[in-house]
Ligand binder design. Sequence first.
Ligand code: BGC
Length: 476
Amino acid sequence: MAATSELRKKVDLATRSLVLTNDQLEKVSALLLKELNEGLRRETNPIASIKMYPTYVRDVPDGSEKGKFMALDLGGTNFRVLVIDIDGDDFRMENEIFAIPQSIMTGTGEQLFDHIAECMANFMEKHNLKEYKLPLGFTFSFPCRQEGLTKARLVSWTKGFSCSGVEGEDVVTLLRKAVKKRGDIEIDVMAVVNDTTGTLMSCAHKNRECRMGVIIGTGFNSCYMEELDNVELYDDDTPGPNKVIVNTEWGAFGDNGVLDFVRTDWDDEVNTYSLNKGRQLFEKMISGMYMGELVRSVAAHLTRQGLMFGGKGSDELFTPHMFKSAYVSAIESDPKGVYTNTKASLDEINLQHATLEDYENLKLICNRISTRAAHLCSASLATVLNRLKRPHTTIGIDGSVYKYHPNFNVLMEQKVGELTNPEYKYTLMLSEDGSGRGAALVAAVAVRQQEELKKRARAKKNSVISMNDDVVQATQ
Ligand code: BGC
């Protein structure tokens, strides 16, 4: 028994660097604020690691949106096609999920967009939509420089994607091209949005206090409503509200080294084996794409040191990406003293010889990695709340980590409170399918605004005609 607790103590000690104090988190928050400000300023933006991309979304839904819309959602491991009926506060939605094979995620851009167009055509066929040209919202969840509501140039791929020939291109043009090539369907793209924007819009539709959208899923990112005056890169002078949603792309925080004081050798290892080495370092400490890999990296290290699994690992334990992030949630869901999920996960990676103590130690590692992620997320949310200085802000949150990890949201509720000025109250609101509904809502707002503009133009034309008639009459 004494030997047992010795091992436990050693594992505890060896993983202490994963526990962040509030002092460290406050430092993370102060650095993040500095970087957010640099991203917003025209002068510092080119060298800033957080790019703060202005979207062209300036207003949240007002409840009068109505009609039938299509939405596409590309950003994780799956691609979704949706058809949504919006009638004020009511939604009716049908959707289908299509897998994106690994070969397409890392193939050519043409293959990717052809695949998307094919899935769309199949969906439209199945739902008898082929002869319609419905307004469409396209959720494309990667860093993009937007040049308008329907023009977004991909800056760089993140998560598991690396399709060639897309970086620097407008993804709406590529989508239209692929659809045109088929010739059997028609689309009317009204908006391209990031999933964080979709999340904000979808929450704002229900709760008018919502000013921020966050995704903690395969990737990690946020957007929020910023005063137009502060967004120096926004150069659209169309009249409208004096605010705009900014897509922070804060997953790139730390790419310039400022987070090295909290990063560990395991973070370095995860980065080394990733598709986009040297980029998205903050995201790699937090999101679902990397959480399992972080746990694997720690466990493999401790096994090599003889502290776990009797010093004997398995091929899977020593192979990058073999420990799924879903195992982390499963293992942490095992109640105290029960190891059903833990054992099942270890069986999958061929560690049947694990002892009870290994189970406990693995659970400790999972807990340290997920708690660190939740605390870093909290520090980021607190940064924006402290910057907005609003008496109350609702934050819409979506993503598999937030939704399915057993205590992520509880950890966040508590830590955001500890790191935010108590004068600025907040509500963390679980978003209902921001990527799908949100995109349709942005399209719906765009359609509504387009109709208003047309109406105004018609009214102006009529008044010119009647003025001309008056002139004609007066001269007769
Ligand atoms: C992307 C973001 C996206 C986030 C969540 C990140 O990897 O860069 O654009 O919002 O993942 O999906």
